[in-house]
Write a protein that binds this ligand. Structure first.
Ligand SMILES: O=C(O)CCC(=O)C(=O)O
Ligand SMILES: [Fe+2]
Length: 343
């Protein structure tokens, strides 16, 4: 099958048959210096002073860092990327059919804005995101059966990968809570990084040489506590906003990208930053990324001096309402004390 036919019809305007350029398209050259903070998870776990400091700086001033020494086997990354590629290369119709009905795994395209059950929230056509993806809520994943063998084997790898992700999410949150002196008891720390609400998303972005068509994913902040991303080697696309400038998050094999989300910004009383980011289309190569989102228990009250108390459930409902009515996510400003008029 032609690769173009594997894309949802609406995305076919920009997608082109994959062709390799010798330098990997918009890939960043190895010799270019990488400004992103790098955090070693083992050193962080052992409370090493230098790493603790670097971690605090990264959370405060970047809201995003590269994570190394994270314990995820490199074979698992390549297996996931390979299986994701195979899954996406199936026909649009079979992907759509495999995830219909009451299935916990949903297939979406054109927008990453979904309801909790995975239904696409309608957005104005000008807001199209040039992306297709699968939404996989981890707690229900092991019971998920699919007629598509590609989806089935991918599911098994995602379950294994998900265990690493929740371990990493927990460790990162513990380190942040410690740095922030949050005084969260061990028993309630699990409600800030609730395993039963972890979501995995895999995305495919078509390649497009015309930068006027728009973005793979619009400018946004994540609603999560933290998000942990693995991106395909050599194919760049993700950018973060730092000091009013867009910086490319260079893909480096076997490293993870962690970004802080809105929940963490609120929990930290705005001391930490939910980073603004976007995804640009690569001019030469389609791009696959795998993202794990850590959320709090949906009813946990987030208390802070900067915002009215709210639960993640209330936050999510507000975001969904805004996407439907205003056309975009307003996010944390909705809950600021000073923004009563917005509510
Ligand atoms: O695909 C990526 O690199 C980033 C995806 C993202 O920002 C998101 O899912 O919130
Ligand atoms: Fe994001």
């Amino acid at each position: 099958m032609n690769n173009l036919e594997s894309y949802p019809p609406i995305l076919r305007h920009v997608s082109h048959p994959r062709h390799h350029s010798p330098d990997g398209g918009d890939a960043i050259h190895e010799e270019e210096p990488d400004p992103l903070p790098v955090i070693d998870l083992e050193c962080l776990t052992h409370d090493e002073t230098k790493t603790k400091k670097a971690f605090e700086e990264a959370c405060k001033h970047w809201g995003l860092f590269r994570l190394v020494n994270h314990g995820v086997p490199s074979t698992l990354f390549s297996q996931l990327q390979h299986q994701a590629k195979q899954l996406f290369s199936l026909s649009f119709e079979s992907k759509q059919a495999s995830c219909s009905g009451s299935n916990p795994v949903t297939y979406f395209w054109g927008t990453p804005a979904l309801t909790p059950s995975g239904t696409v929230l309608t957005t104005a056509p000008q807001n199209i995101n040039w992306v297709e993806g699968f939404n996989m809520p981890l707690p229900h994943l092991s019971q998920f059966q699919s007629q598509l063998p590609q989806l089935h084997s991918f599911r098994d790898s995602v379950v294994e990968y998900g265990e690493h992700m929740s371990r990493i999410g927990r460790r990162l949150f513990e380190a942040m809570a410690k740095n922030l002196d949050l005084n969260i008891e061990a028993s309630s720390s699990s409600s800030y990084v609730a395993e039963n609400s972890g979501i995995m998303r895999i995305y495919r972005y078509p390649n497009c040489s015309n930068s006027d068509v728009g973005l793979g994913m619009e400018v946004h902040t994540d609603s999560s506590v933290v998000s942990i991303l693995s991106q395909e080697n050599e194919v760049s696309g993700l950018e973060l906003l730092k000091d009013h400038q867009w910086l490319t998050v260079k893909p480096i094999s076997n490293t993870l990208i962690v970004n802080l989300g809105d929940m963490m910004q609120a929990i930290s009383d705005d001391r930490y930053k939910s980073v603004t980011h976007r995804v640009k289309l690569n001019s030469e190569r389609e791009r696959i990324s795998i993202c794990y989102f850590v959320f709090p228990d949906e009813d946990l009250q987030i208390q802070s001096s900067k915002y009215k108390p709210f639960s993640y459930k209330q936050f999510r409902a507000k975001v969904q309402q805004d996407v439907k009515t205003v056309g975009y996510k307003v996010g944390l400003p909705r809950f600021q004390h000073t923004h009563d008029s917005l509510n």
